[in-house]
Design a protein around this ligand. Structure first.
Ligand code: CAA
Length: 252
């Protein structure tokens, strides 16, 4: 991969979008590389416990889809469906079986915010700025942003942000629930690492089922009782319950 740097340490894959001169704008190669990692590339990493996605440099997480790729497509009779391509790749991230955390270290705009919102958790640095400014371009967010932003911060706030192409700062994003924490860069990484390493000590099937239940439930209550029943009969749960009763740490 050349547009995304991958580093693997202590069971965590660190994915860094690496086009700092273009504020990490998401071009076709970046989409292809994200797809390759989340579809099967992650299998190369033994005992993967989670993924942290961030942007290279100190200015941007990602300032959106690469606008420079739009013009040639507008001239084609049958352009590829960019929106569907982005949605499908971001579904792979949202439906990943291990926690994926976005470390938002600057602008997260348009497709960049949509990428951050497809992650399970967002942690921001104080300079982070969030927005879906596609209406400036005569477009709407196309990678799931209209739906995910409304579900994260409520319809009224999401509508205002989109129809005014506004931007909110890190403190406001935290207040709205878009970012879980605002922390200086080193503490933000440490926090993300701690969440992943703590979750790696829990039942792995239970962790995967929590993610599935929150982000793509079959039908909220039906899948909750189905998973609960399956887990209650599993070795994983037998070990967790036995460990509690025997006053020891579970060995999953
Ligand atoms: N696509 C392509 N290039 C981009 C880009 C983008 N989304 N955002 C920034 N860049 C490039 C700029 O063109 C510039 O390149 P050059 O030096 O070659 O001119 C470089 O990054 C630095 O950017 P600026 O000089 O503009 O930096 P700034 O600090 O003055 O402004 C900014 C920063 C406010 C983020 C501004 O760059 C900006 O508004 N970017 C566009 C944001 C945007 O509209 N995002 C939505 C894209 S559409 C989308 O994402 C579609 C979708 O949902 C499907």
């Amino acid at each position: 991969m050349s547009n995304i740097l991958i580093d693997y340490k202590n069971q965590i894959a660190y994915l860094t979008i690496n086009r700092p001169k273009a504020l990490n704008a998401l071009n076709k190669d970046i989409f292809d590389e994200l797809k390759a990692f989340f579809k099967e590339g992650y299998q190369e990493y033994d005992d993967l416990a989670g993924v942290i996605i961030t942007g290279s440099g100190d200015k941007a997480f990602a300032a959106g889809a690469d606008i420079k790729e739009f013009l040639p497509l507008m001239e084609q009779d049958n352009p590829p469906n960019l929106s569907k391509r982005g949605q499908d790749i971001f579904f792979l991230i949202e439906r990943f079986h291990k926690p994926v955390i976005a470390l938002v270290n600057g602008f997260a705009l348009g497709g960049g915010l949509e990428l951050a919102m497809s992650c399970h958790i967002r942690i921001a640095t104080p300079n982070a700025k969030f927005g879906l400014p596609e209406t400036n371009l005569g477009l709407i967010p196309g990678y799931g942003g209209t739906i995910r932003l409304a579900s994260l911060i409520g319809k009224a706030r999401a509508t205002e942000l989109m129809i005014t192409a506004g931007m909110i700062d890190a403190a406001t994003a935290e207040k709205f629930g878009l970012a879980s924490y605002v922390l200086e860069a080193e503490e933000a990484i440490a926090k993300a690492e701690k969440i992943i390493s703590t979750s790696s000590t829990k039942g792995p099937t239970a962790v995967a089922k929590c993610l599935e239940q929150v982000f793509h439930p079959k039908s909220d209550y039906i899948s909750e009782h189905e998973y609960f029943t399956v887990l209650l009969q599993s070795e994983e749960c037998r070990e967790g319950v036995s460990a509690f009763l025997e006053k020891r740490k579970p060995n999953f």
